[in-house]
Design a protein around this ligand. Structure first.
Ligand code: SF4
Ligand code: SF4
Length: 182
């Protein structure tokens, strides 16, 4: 605990903001690389989670918010589970996405914000993801009608994507969560 209080005092203003909004202490990261080694999508990122945390420590706000990493992160929480300092990197990534949207930072990944918003709108409405709806809405909104169509159809035919959506019982509670965080 003493160490946690001590390290809290050092760092850039950007580090302070990300710490405060994510509820994490990013200074605790000593770059053991375990998070990036386990991240299933690190290969597609600009930096990978451990380097991104280092950049936050150094206050490289613009580079961090413009990176593909924050949008490619799938929030799978593998990194947080592996971290010896219990840093919840998925929450850090979420915070970075929120700051990037608030500050209208240009997003490198084409249509990623559209996908992200559609994903959340389905969860807000039904409490559960329905991939067929997501696929249909995304295709229409992005006007990218034909890419991956074959893969999508194969998955539907194999029963991997149900055609009808299902809903959870506690939809009001789900809406409350969204409203508390909006
Ligand atoms: S696993 Fe934790 S301490 Fe290690 S590099 Fe990643 S965030 Fe830093
Ligand atoms: S939460 Fe994001 S950064 Fe962490 S392992 Fe999963 S995809 Fe990678």
């Amino acid at each position: 605990m003493e160490l946690r209080e001590g390290v809290l005092k050092v760092g850039s203003p950007f580090l302070g903001v990300v710490n405060q909004r994510s509820g994490q202490l990013i200074q605790l990261c000593y770059h053991c690389h375990k998070c990036t080694a386990g991240c299933p999508v690190a290969f597609a990122m600009d930096y990978g989670p451990d380097r991104l945390l280092r950049m936050i420590q150094f206050g490289l706000k613009e580079e961090v918010l413009k990176s593909s990493d924050i949008w490619i992160c799938a929030s799978c929480e593998t990194c947080g589970t592996r971290c010896p300092n219990e840093i919840d990197i998925a929450r850090v990534m979420d915070t970075l996405r929120q700051i990037a949207v608030e500050e209208r930072v240009p997003i490198k990944e084409r249509n990623v914000l559209l996908f992200h918003n559609l994903f959340l709108s389905i969860l807000k409405r039904t409490g559960r993801m329905h991939e067929a709806s997501l696929m249909g809405l995304y295709k229409l909104a992005s006007r990218d009608l034909f890419s991956d169509l074959g893969t999508g159809l194969k998955m539907i035919l194999k029963g991997k994507i149900p055609l009808l959506p299902s809903r959870i019982k506690w939809r009001d509670e789900m809406r409350d969560i969204f409203e508390r965080n909006s």
